[in-house]
Design a protein around this ligand. Structure first.
Ligand code: ADP
Ligand code: MG
Length: 330
């Protein structure tokens, strides 16, 4: 097996939470309505993601974990605009180079499902018929078993688990029409558990608690002047009564969970200037932009984005947030 493949895979999957994110995005792509995650040993021993999505066809199983072969790369347009979340066709492949991956899946109208394990991009055996409920379950076991140095840097399983809980929390307050859960494998109690709702505030309350949900202001911004940047923003931001030790910024751009450090800093600046006593805010924002205005490629893990006409957009959001905070504080 090529060491190069393993090293490349280790770049895509940097820690357990990166694998969980890729698996959840695949479940979302598959139009799931319920996504359940179970984790052992911070994800190093086991990550299990179960969904009720459309499943994977039998004939797709042999190539499922090959790099760059999957459906999402099939059209040039997809590559340019990144409409769905998966677009590089290498997340599952990468996992098979640094872990043991087992897929159990059933597609609509089938009497039984299939289970198959993968290593280093290929199936370890023919898919075996098995009982299955609707959707797909993916188990990633012994993550980084073949990367001794990486395992050494990931000794704190509580820390990795809390990153996974944090990730699930973020997905759950954005995709409020779906149900999510996240638990330690075998635990009766889930650490994140949401049911489908139509109320964003209810979702935030159930995930982040009353103290957050009761101190939020609704914000909206849009700019449809075709000569500038076409965008829309909806969100909830904390008010003067909320205080925390650090900023929580949950940001979705075109339904993708991302980080935008420039926007986060800009928000902290507005809070520091407007509500100095509550300067570590909680912020949830969902932004919609033409896909070609979002550059997701500046970081290998696709988290940090940069935006076309970023300064205009951030300036616009800053002024909306600032006036909201001033009005609420009068
Ligand atoms: P990408 O998402 O970029 O296409 P992945 O390696 O993440 O690449 O997934 C490969 C393919 O496997 C997906 O395109 C999809 O067709 C299929 N797939 C993966 N996970 C699921 C799932 N949970 N349900 C249905 N199909 C899935
Ligand atoms: Mg994917």
């Amino acid at each position: 097996v090529s060491v190069v493949n393993r090293i490349a895979a280790g770049e895509v999957i940097q820690r357990p939470v990166s694998a969980v994110k890729e698996l959840i995005e695949n479940s979302l792509d598959a139009r799931s309505t319920a996504i359940n995650v179970a984790v052992k040993d911070g994800g190093l021993k086991l990550i299990q993601v179960s969904d009720d999505g459309h499943g994977i066809r039998y004939e797709d199983l042999p190539i499922l974990c090959e790099r760059h072969t999957t459906s999402k790369l099939s059209t040039f347009e997809d590559l340019q605009t990144v409409k769905s979340m998966g677009f590089r066709g290498e997340a599952l492949a990468s996992m098979t180079y640094v872990a043991h991956v087992t897929v159990t899946t059933i597609t609509e109208g089938q009497l039984h499902g299939y289970r198959v394990s993968y290593r280093d991009g290929v199936m370890e055996h023919e898919p075996k018929a098995c009982a299955a409920v609707k959707g797909t379950q993916i188990m990633v076991e012994n993550l980084f078993y073949n990367m001794v140095a990486r395992r050494k840097t990931l000794q704190n399983s509580a820390d990795d688990y809390s990153k996974i809980v944090d990730l699930l929390s973020r997905f759950a307050i954005h995709h409020i029409g779906l149900s999510f859960s996240c638990r330690k494998h075998g635990a009766a109690r889930a650490d994140v558990h949401t049911i489908a709702t139509s109320s964003r505030l209810d979702a935030i309350k159930s995930v982040y608690g009353v103290s957050v949900a009761h101190n939020l202001l609704k914000v909206e911004a849009r700019d449809d002047d075709p000569s500038s940047s076409i965008f829309e923003m909806n969100g909830f931001i904390s008010n003067a009564s909320y205080s925390a030790k650090k900023t929580t910024m949950v940001l979705f751009i075109n339904d993708r969970l991302v980080e935008c450090t420039a926007l986060k800093r800009a928000m902290e600046v507005v809070y520091a200037a407007t509500l100095p006593k509550a300067s570590k805010p909680f912020i949830y924002m969902a932004i919609t932009l033409p896909p070609e205005h979002v550059d997701v490629n500046i970081h290998p893990t696709k988290r940090e984005v940069s935006l076309l006409s970023q300064e205009v957009i951030i300036g616009n959001i800053q002024s909306v947030v600032e006036s909201k905070l001033r009005n609420s504080n009068e």
